[in-house]
Design a protein around this ligand. Structure first.
Ligand code: SF4
Length: 297
């Protein structure tokens, strides 16, 4: 039995039953992929169903206004994704559904990972979407690197050529790897119970204890913080948007005390104005004279 068959056998028994795995519809798969960017699986599950009720097809989503999609996205965060998804739907309705990975990649808002994921999951292409999870498992399994970084992606892709089955369920391999990555091949892997233990080039290193799990390092982020505020601007922008969603319209000078209990008119008003400007520029808010509303177009 090949390692791919062993993995698929394990996946059939232990894989997660996620709603977007029950479909090959590229639209539904794209919705799940965009939602899963920066949001946990459990949270996405509920939003995914609600979104599909409102916007079940490319056409229905393409017709939606900014306001429609911003309201429907409420609570998921990173609201730009709602507009990106709607814009992709508009392009697909005009140009047709892409049939190749390159075709998906040419759509604005779709990166190499998402293009490969839709090609594999919706169109059964033999391709490998590489994210942190896939990198960790395949870097260990195929290259013997206990903690592979992005610089190994090319080597992983090359080595995966012989790992991905030429026929059969190659399109299920990435999903199986995701599940192995989140349940067994985690940062500190449980190699003793792993279905790939006998094939894995890194298993011995973990099993004989010669590899130490690196200490958690605090990730440096590029997120902007205003003076001594406890949260990055992203959180306050989310609060501004939520307020407008709930109130319908808000004046610029009203935002401060409502989104930040430590608001200081002198020190913070320009900061608030800049965040509102950015939301307006991103198409998430609209300004009519002095009032801020959701955009209607
Ligand atoms: S044997 Fe260990 S390191 Fe290798 S894939 Fe399985 S859990 Fe990961």
């Amino acid at each position: 039995m090949t390692s791919a068959s062993r993995l698929l056998k394990w996946y059939d028994r232990h894989g997660r039953a996620l709603p977007w795995r029950r479909t090959r519809d590229p639209y539904r798969i794209l919705v799940s992929e965009i939602m899963l960017q920066q949001t946990q699986v459990e949270r996405v599950k509920n939003f995914y169903k609600g979104w599909l009720k409102l916007f079940p097809t490319w056409k229905r989503l393409a017709r939606a206004t900014n306001e429609d999609v911003i309201r429907a996205w409420a609570g998921l965060g990173y609201n730009r994704r709602a507009l990106i998804l709607r814009d992709i739907a508009r392009e697909v309705v005009t140009r047709g559904v892409p049939t190749t990975e390159t075709g998906w990649f040419t759509l604005k808002g779709i990166g190499p990972y998402t293009a490969a994921a839709i090609s594999a999951f919706a169109q059964k292409r033999r391709t490998l979407p590489i994210d942190t999870n896939i990198r960790r498992v395949l870097g260990r399994l195929l290259l013997g690197k206990p903690f592979p970084t992005m610089m190994y992606d090319k080597l992983i892709r090359r080595a995966a050529e012989s790992f991905l089955p030429k026929h059969g369920r190659h399109y299920d391999i990435p999903q199986a790897v995701f599940d192995l990555a989140t349940s067994i091949c985690t940062k500190t892997p449980q190699c003793a119970i792993c279905p790939l233990r006998d094939d894995c080039k890194a298993a011995k290193l973990f099993l004989n204890g010669s590899t130490k799990t690196p200490k958690r390092t605090t990730k440096k982020t590029n997120e902007r913080h205003h003076r001594d505020k406890p949260f990055p601007d992203r959180i306050y922008r989310g609060r501004i948007l939520r307020l407008v969603r709930e109130w319908g319209q808000v004046r610029n000078r009203e935002f401060g005390p409502l989104i930040d209990p430590t608001f200081d008119q002198k020190l913070d008003q320009m900061w608030i104005n800049a965040m509102v400007d950015r939301l307006v520029n991103d198409g998430l808010l609209s300004r009519k004279r002095n009032k801020i509303t959701l955009p209607t177009s």
